[in-house]
Design a protein around this ligand. Structure first.
Ligand code: 4NP
Length: 153
């Protein structure tokens, strides 16, 4: 079982989008039994809240299913619970490390570091552009799954 935690600042836009995009991707490949996939925030800002309507609208438009979401903040113990802790941008990585401590197990990555063009994923909470974020997340999740297929599956 590969346990993956996607992380962003608020856990209402990018990380839940990545959670549901990646769940859909592994299901379509018949790999869902080999994964546990979740998401979390680095801040307390949106704890308890549902996904942003822009994220839900984009998932609906792309036919990607999702369940009721409740934002939560990452906890120190999550470092032991997950194999991969995947942030959306460099500031997420810094905040994740501040919360979990040293990355002794080399579990913390930025999603688009798995792509040929490593970069941050812009926050649609500020940009309002959920389409660009969606395409970046699909690119990152596709490359991440390919990495896992060649290294662990
Ligand atoms: P996310 O976007 O990190 O992609 O979920 C944000 C959502 C809420 C806030 C910041 C970013 N906020 O400050 O409330």
């Amino acid at each position: 079982m590969i346990k993956v935690l996607f992380v962003c600042l608020g856990n209402i836009c990018r990380s839940p989008m990545a959670e549901y995009v990646f769940k859909d991707m592994v299901k379509k490949e018949g790999l869902e039994n080999q994964f546990s996939i979740a998401s979390a925030a680095t801040s307390y800002e949106e704890v308890g809240n549902d996904m942003h309507y822009g994220t839900k609208d984009k998932l609906d438009e792309m036919g990607i299913p999702y369940t009721k979401h409740k934002a939560r903040r990452i906890e120190k113990q999550d470092y032991q619970k997950y194999d991969y802790i995947i942030g959306m941008e460099e500031s997420n990585i810094r905040n994740i490390l501040r919360i979990v401590g040293d990355d002794e197990g080399k579990k913390v990555y930025r999603l688009l570091d798995f792509s040929k063009n490593p970069r941050d994923i812009a926050d649609p909470w500020y940009t309002g552009n959920f389409t660009v974020t969606y395409h970046d997340i699909v690119e990152g999740c596709t490359n991440f799954l390919n990495y896992l297929k060649s290294h662990c599956l």
